[in-house]
Design a protein around this ligand. Structure first.
Ligand code: ZN
Length: 370
C-alpha cells in the first residue's frame, strides 16, 4: 500500500482524525467508500478468513482503523475487515470502472478483488498481429492480468496456465511446429504428426475428478502465492472454459509474461511424482526457431521448478524430466515449461496442492534470482 498517497488523499479530502501512529500503523476514524466493482468483507485480515458478505461500489463506510493492507470497518455495528486498497476517501463516480488504465477493460471475471496484493486487473486478448498468433484456431477468450500492488513488487510476470479447460478444443487441430515440420517425439499426439489437438480435454483422476478442475485449483493457489511474493500474474483461465488454445495461451505468455508455467497431471496410474517436459535432445528440433533461441531457458526453468518442489518435500519422478515435443514449447519465446505435478493416482487434496504451490514458488524465485 502507498501509505503516503493514501494519507495525503484523506487529509486533502478533509476527512480523518489521526489518532495514533506510534504502533507503526496509521489509525483514524474516517469516512471511506468502496472503490472496486465489489468488495468482500471478512472476519479477519486474510483472504482465507470467513467471508461475511460483499459490498457494492460506492458504499459509504466508517473506517475504524487502517492497518496497512487491511482496514477495520463497522458494518451494521459489527467489526469487519476489508482490503484497504479498494477504499477511497472520495466517493467514486457512478458507473466508472476502477483504475483501469490505457483503455484496457476492467476484468469482469477477476477472482481476487479483495487481495491486498493486487493493484488492478484487466483482461488480455490475443492480438492477431503478434508473432505466431495466426497459428491459433481458438482465440476468442481472454486471460486475466494481475498487476501487483505491493511495495516490493518484483516487476516480473509469471503466466500461470491451468492445463486444459477449453470446450471443443479436442476436435480442432493446430500445427505442431511453426515451420510445419513433424513432431519428433510421441505423446498425446504421435511422433511424425504435423497437427495436434488445439487443446486436449485432459485425463480423469482415479477418484473421478477431471484434470482440468485440479489444474485450475492449483493455478489459483499458485496465483495467490505469487501475488503475495510480489510477482505480477497472467492467469490464462479462472473458470472451467476459456476459449484459448495452446498456441493462443503461448502467444499471450510470450507477449505479457516473463515466464510461462503450464500445470498438468500425467495420465499414468503410478503416483510417480513431479516432472517437467524438457526440450528433446534432437538436432533438427533444437535448430528450429523459436526453440533454437530459447530451449536452454525452458530447461533451466524446469530444473528450478523441480528443485523448488523437491525442497518442499514433493515427490519427484526419476531425474525430474521427460523429453517431449510440445506445441507450447514449439511456439514459446519466453522461458516456458509444462510441469506434470503427479498423475491419475496422485493425491490432490488442498494440503497437497498447497505444498506443490510452495515448491513452485520457490522454483520461480530461484529462476529469477541472478
Ligand atoms: Zn494435462
Amino acid at each position: 500500500m502507498n501509505t503516503k498517497r493514501k494519507t495525503t488523499a484523506i487529509l486533502a479530502a478533509g476527512f480523518g482524525i489521526l489518532l495514533a501512529a506510534g504502533n507503526g500503523f496509521l489509525a483514524f476514524a474516517d469516512t471511506v467508500y468502496v472503490n472496486a466493482t465489489s468488495l468482500n468483507y471478512r472476519t479477519a485480515p486474510s483472504t482465507e478468513a470467513e467471508l461475511l458478505g460483499t459490498l457494492p461500489k460506492g458504499t459509504e463506510l466508517e473506517r475504524e482503523k487502517n492497518e496497512g493492507e487491511w482496514s477495520t470497518v463497522l458494518i451494521n455495528g459489527t467489526r469487519c475487515y476489508v482490503a484497504s486498497r479498494y477504499l477511497s476517501a472520495d466517493k467514486p463516480a457512478a458507473g466508472s470502472g476502477t483504475a483501469a488504465s490505457g483503455g484496457r477493460a476492467e476484468s469482469a471475471q477477476a477472482g481476487a478483488v479483495d487481495s491486498p496484493y493486487v493493484d488492478k486487473t484487466w483482461e488480455v486478448a490475443l492480438d492477431s498481429k503478434d508473432t505466431y498468433a495466426s497459428f491459433s484456431k481458438i482465440s476468442s477468450g481472454t486471460a486475466i492480468y494481475y498487476q501487483n500492488g505491493r511495495e516490493n513488487r518484483k516487476g516480473k510476470t509469471v503466466c500461470v496456465n491451468a492445463g486444459h479447460g477449453t470446450k471443443g478444443g479436442g476436435s480442432v487441430k493446430t500445427q505442431c511446429h511453426p515451420d510445419g515440420s513433424p513432431k519428433v517425439t510421441g505423446g498425446t499426439t504421435g511422433a511424425g504428426a504435423v497437427t495436434a489437438a488445439a487443446v486436449s480435454s485432459g485425463m480423469t483422476f482415479e477418484d473421478g475428478t477431471p484434470e482440468h478442475e485440479v489444474t485450475l485449483a492449483m493455478a489459483k493457489k499458485l496465483r495467490d502465492k505469487l501475488l503475495a511474493e510480489g510477482y505480477d500474474v497472467l492467469m490464462i483461465r479462472e473458470g472451467n472454459d476459456v476459449q484459448l488454445d495452446n498456441i493462443a495461451r503461448t502467444v499471450l505468455a510470450n507477449n505479457h509474461a516473463d515466464c510461462h508455467i503450464a500445470l498438468h497431471w500425467d495420465s499414468t496410474e503410478k503416483d510417480k511424482g513431479c516432472f517437467y517436459m524438457s526440450v528433446p535432445d534432437n538436432a533438427s528440433y533444437r535448430a528450429m526457431e523459436p526453440v533454437a533461441s530459447h530451449w536452454q531457458s525452458h530447461n533451466r526453468l524446469g530444473d528450478c521448478l523441480i528443485e523448488g518442489l523437491k525442497g518442499k518435500g514433493n515427490k519427484i519422478f526419476s531425474s525430474g524430466s521427460i523429453e517431449m515435443d510440445l506445441t507450447q514449447t514449439s511456439y514459446s519465446t519466453v522461458p516456458s515449461i509444462d510441469i506434470e505435478l503427479g498423475d491419475k493416482a496422485s493425491p490432490h487434496s488442498d494440503e497437497t496442492l498447497d505444498r506443490l504451490a510452495d515448491g513452485l514458488l520457490d522454483g520461480v524465485n530461484q529462476f529469477f534470482t541472478p
